[in-house]
Structure formats: C-alpha cells, structure tokens
Design a protein around this ligand. Structure first.
Ligand code: AMP
Ligand code: MG
Length: 623
C-alpha cells in the first residue's frame, strides 16, 4: 500500500490521571516529549499525521500537524479519539497509535497494510505473544478504513467504550509482531523516569529489547533498530551566519520574529476594492483614486465606489479586501468596469501572517538546512542560526593487500578504493573527516589506529577485516577497547558488520566496522551508518525509498535483504521503471558507478516478476 493512502493518528486525548492530570504525550522523555518520539516513528510510515488531543491545544500545535479534539464528550477514551481522526482523515486509511508508545515498531503501517490488503479487511491491529504467555491484542495500534466511521460513531452513541468492541460487525484481522516491547506504553511518572535515563544504554540492554536476537543471523531491520537505539546525539552547538548554515543541522527551533507577509497584500496586479461594491448580477464601475506599488505603504482609503490600482505584493489599502486582476477589467480614464461575478469578495488578497505568524516556529530543530530554508530565514530577517557542530568522523582501511593511490601496485595487491568512497559519502553528509589511511593487518597497528581515531573523533568507520576469516584479532581488540558486537546480517551484499562504542583515554566514539568489499562497504554505509551518523548530528533523515516497476524478473530468496544496483528511468507510460545493472558481484564497483539507484528487496520478499513494484533508493541527493 502506498503510504500516502494512510493518515497517522496519535491518540493523546486522555486525562492523564496517572500522570498527575497532565497530558501524557507532553511529558518530557529522552530529550523531547513522549509524543514527539511517537511522531518521529509514525511520520515516516504514513502520508501525513494528525493528533487527537482535548486540552492544552496550544502546546499540541507546536507539533505542526493538525490537532483534533474528541467529538464525543467527557473524555470517552481512545475510541473517541479514533472517531475524531476518522472524521478528519482525508485518506482512505487511518493508522492509530497512542501518544505514550515511544518505541512503536517502524514497520507498523507496512505490516498492517499488507494484512488488510491480503484479507480485504476493514481493520487490522497488532498482537504480540511473549514466550509462554497468551497472545496479547493491541487494538489501539490499528489500521482502519476511514469510511467505517458510521459504525464507530453508532457504537459510541450507544455508550460503547471498549477499544475492541466497536468493530464486531466489520472484518478485522490480527497481525502478530515479534517484539512485544515495541508496544510497551508508559503509564506512570515512575515508569517514565525509569526509562528516561540520560546514561547511554549498553548494547546488551538494547539487544535485550528484541524478543529474538541472534548476532549470527540478524535481520537488517533489527540491526538498524539496535543501531538507532544505541547511538546518541552529540550535543554541541555553534552559531553560524545564515549562508554557512546550508547543509547544517538546526540545533533549536527558529521562531519567526515577524508575521510573513507583514501586511495584508495583493496577490495580483490589478485593482484593490471593497468586496461590498461587488455585484454578482451586474457589471460594476469604480473610480481609480491612485496607485500603490509593492514596497510603498499607501495612505489612500478608497470610499465606496472607489478603488486603488495595486501591484502584486502591494499593501492592501484600508477598507479594501479584494483585488480584481487587471485583465478582467476595462478601463476608461480613471474609471474601471468589472463584468458581473468575475471575482468574489476576498479574492486575491494575501493575509498578514498567512505564511507564518510571529512567534511560531519557522523551522524545526533537527532539520538539515536546504536552499529554500536559507531563503525563508532571510525572509524573516534572521542573520544567524544555532546549528549542531559538525560531526567528526575518522576512517581507515585495513588490509595488507591494499596500496594507496600513488604507490606502485605490487603483485597481488589492489588499490584502496574504499577510503575514497567513504570520503565521498561522509563529505556529502557534511561531516568533518579525519582520513587515517591504510592500517596493516596487525593487532598492534589496529589497536593504535582505533585508539587514535577514538581520541580524535565522534565516530569511526573502518573497512575490511570483519569477515569470518579475518575477524579473530579484530574482535579481540575491539572488545578490549569497548562495547562492540560482531554481526552476520541477513543481507547481500555485506553480511559482516562490527558495531559498538569504544573508549580510549577518557574519550569514546561509535564504531562501524564495515566489510571490505567495495560494494558491500557502500551498501552498509547507506543502510546502517548513514542514519546513525545523522542521528549523532541531531538530524532525523530516514532513507527515502521510492516505488518503481521492475522492467524484468529478479531472482530473490526470501529470508535476507538484497540490494541490487539498478537504473531508474521513465517507462514508456511515463511511470518510474527500474532495471537491474549487469554485474552484481559485491567486488564490482563499476556496477555501483553505472547505477543510479539501488533496488531494495526486503527480507520476506521472494522472486520479483517483471512488472512488479519494488523499493528503490535513488542515489541522486545521497551521492
Ligand atoms: P576483507 O573484509 O578484509 O576480507 O576484504 C574483503 C575483500 O574486499 C578483499 O578482496 C579485499 O581485498 C577487498 N578490500 C578490502 N578493503 C578494501 C579497500 N579499502 N579497497 C578495495 N578493496 C578492499
Ligand atoms: Mg582484509
């Protein structure tokens, strides 16, 4: 299902009686609010998000998504929130999640959607089962057809309040999720405090949250989740001048100091007039009493039967509320005539503060500043902004067979290419980079390099030396220096990955030990390191996957994720179509260079038939 068919709804309409009668979702949690965590997890899964809340609506508006209170009175519970959501939802499907579930699964929408589609159901909800326990239903985590609103309203009207009671007459399906902890909600202030430790978690505590964890057969999504939970933002802020903010991560919300636009103004070149003078049944003739240009406030105040010639952006004269575009009128000396009904009162006027109200957030903390953002900040007159300091990333290649460019290529050796691809990828992310060259396959050299990297950088990226044959001493040294785990990930290319945090002389750094194969190194970087590095920078920028039609059949085994190099183009019907590039060997860097995208064939997926839709990661913008 296309995620744009789904609206996410955060249920936050409760009384919060066990939280001291404050809105649960607004409680501080891990550096932000609980609801913000839910929003961050939900937003990437759906086309748009809204919130159901009944109090403190101003506080809820800062989330910058529509906020809808219950329609059924007296805090009637989650169903009343669901009702409000279904009423205001503009998409065929609504996905609800409570505001106190900051760990909700990243594939909630995807899996519930697959179930309603497969079963042609009205509703799907999550179920979990812990070892030795009965299955537990989570009916507030549900995907529901918005058109089923009448059934829900009827149930509420009759006094029904049970979350699993209203859909008796509908087709509902259960979807089993492995990870019961993802549905954990936080009910009391004590629970909240217990989870809100500011100490970094240990890898063991993070992996223990997965109901099944096997480092030797780890699904891609579990590895991504562990990494996401483990890495922590580096909180260091600097002020930079506006232009220097391009590509940087905002460290605080930018609050607009002014209304934009500052005045009511004209959206057209034409004549500003009083809506009361308009007739829908007969032409109107008005006297032009002057002209107002953009940038010149005018003191003219037209009386009834008068108008002012106005240019686009010109400040609306007092008393005028409408603009007739010049091409709609005939002019004769200082009189203009409008045919009947060409405009309605209020047309072509822009209101002060229509783009942005003074005091409201113009850009959010965590945003990577792009060209339109620079323009917007300039339009507010903001001369400098607070950004996160650049992330320092040290990297080196390992392998006795590696030669650096410029050196002679001895028998049996290869040039070190990974250091260049990694350089490029880090540069595109806007990191400060520390290139440490090639490190020999030697325990002492490796330890020395890791220590130095750790003391000089926030994160370390290595390539090579983590595959089975090579890993033995790498593992020992990395383990000696900190909390590092070695994984075999269910993916191709790029199975081995070392991940964790090491310490040296009172400093620590997150470590990504990527595989050595030149294609594997890039795939592992994009699908594991990139998001983590962005997170450390305080940014939230999940990989944007698109859907495209496969122009040919692709063989694929279920049970692992495959990344195939592809070429995305416009098909004969104008829709996106992707074709796999020739050689897919993980050592063949040319396949990467020739490709303009990667086709992502997820774990469960089997063979792809020609014409099937597949997920695609477009390189443009990433590379
Ligand atoms: P490893 O993971 O160290 O066993 O390396 C796997 C393969 O990738 C070997 O064929 C290496 O020669 C190759 N390789 C490792 N590092 C690099 C590098 N920096 N540049 C190019 N090829 C590399
Ligand atoms: Mg090696």
């Amino acid at each position: 299902m296309d995620k744009n068919l789904i609206t996410g709804l955060i249920l936050a309409g409760g009384r919060g009686s066990r939280m001291g009668n404050v809105d649960k979702g607004l409680q501080p949690f891990r550096g932000t609010t609980m609801a913000q965590h839910v929003l961050e997890r939900l937003a990437p899964q759906v086309g748009n998000v809204m919130i159901n809340a009944n109090r403190n609506l101003d506080s809820w508006r800062v989330f910058n998504v529509p906020v809808w209170p219950d329609e059924t009175p007296d805090f009637a519970g989650p169903l009343a929130g669901l009702e409000a959501g279904m009423r205001h939802c503009a998409t065929p499907w609504l996905l609800a999640a409570p505001c106190d579930s900051p760990f909700l699964p990243g594939d909630l929408a995807e899996r519930l959607a697959a179930a309603v589609e497969a079963e042609d159901a009205d509703l799907a909800f999550a179920v979990t089962q812990e070892a030795g326990m009965r299955p537990q239903a989570h009916p507030v985590f549900c995907l529901v057809k918005a058109s089923r609103l009448p059934q829900l309203s009827q149930y509420l009207l009759e006094g029904g309040r049970r979350v699993d009671g209203w859909y008796k007459g509908l087709k509902a399906v259960e979807v089993m999720f492995e990870d019961a902890d993802a549905f954990r909600n936080i009910n009391t202030l004590d629970e909240l405090k217990g989870l809100d430790s500011t100490l970094p978690p240990s890898l063991a505590s993070v992996t223990s949250c997965l109901s099944s964890y096997d480092p030797d057969a780890l699904p891609v999504r579990d590895a991504q989740r562990i990494i996401r939970e483990f890495v922590q933002p580096v909180n260091a802020v600097e002020k930079v001048a506006l232009r220097a903010a391009l590509g940087r991560v905002l460290a605080a919300d930018v609050i607009s100091p002014i209304d934009v636009p500052a005045h009511d103004n004209s959206a057209m070149d034409g004549f500003a007039l009083r809506g009361g003078d308009l007739r829908h049944d007969a032409p109107v003739t008005l006297r032009v009493i002057g002209t107002t240009f953009a940038g010149n406030a005018s003191s003219m105040v037209p009386a009834g039967g008068e108008c002012v010639r106005i240019m686009t952006g010109g400040v609306m004269p007092d008393g005028c509320d409408s603009v007739v575009p010049q091409e709609f009128v005939s002019q004769d000396g200082d009189a203009i005539t409008l045919p009947a009904g060409v405009i309605r009162p209020g047309d072509n006027r822009r209101f002060a503060g229509e783009d942005l109200k003074a005091g409201s957030p113009a850009l959010r903390k965590g945003r990577v500043v792009r060209p339109p953002d620079l323009g917007m900040l300039a339009s507010l007159g903001v001369p400098e902004v607070a950004v996160q300091r650049r992330l320092r990333v040290a990297f080196f290649s390992t392998g006795d067979e590696l030669r650096s460019v410029g050196e002679a290529l001895d028998e049996g050796c290869v040039y070190d290419s990974n250091r260049y691809t990694i350089y490029g990828m880090l540069q595109r992310l806007g990191c400060d980079i520390v290139d440490m060259g090639v490190v020999r396959d030697d325990p002492a050299a490796l330890e020395e390099a890791l220590r130095s990297a750790c003391e000089n950088a926030d994160a370390i990226i290595t390539s090579g030396g983590v595959s089975v044959g090579a890993a033995d001493y790498t593992r020992q040294i990395m383990a000696k220096l900190g909390d590092v785990t070695f994984w075999k990930i269910g993916m191709r290319p790029g199975r081995p990955l070392a991940f964790g945090r090491i310490h040296s002389n009172g400093r620590s750094a997150f470590l990504f030990g990527l595989p050595g194969n030149p294609v594997a190194v890039m795939v592992s970087f994009y699908f594991f390191a990139r998001e983590a590095l962005l997170r450390m920078m305080g940014a939230d920028a999940p990989l944007p996957l698109l859907r495209a039609r496969s122009s040919g059949a692709i063989r694929k085994k279920p049970g692992r994720t495959e990344y195939q190099r592809g070429i995305l183009s416009r098909g004969a019907d104008g829709k996106p179509e992707v074709r796999i590039t020739g050689s897919q060997g993980s050592g063949i860097l040319r396949s990467m260079s020739e490709a303009n995208c990667m086709v992502v064939l997820h774990d469960e997926q089997g063979n792809v038939a020609s014409g099937d839709s597949v997920d695609v990661l477009v390189f443009e913008g990433l590379m």
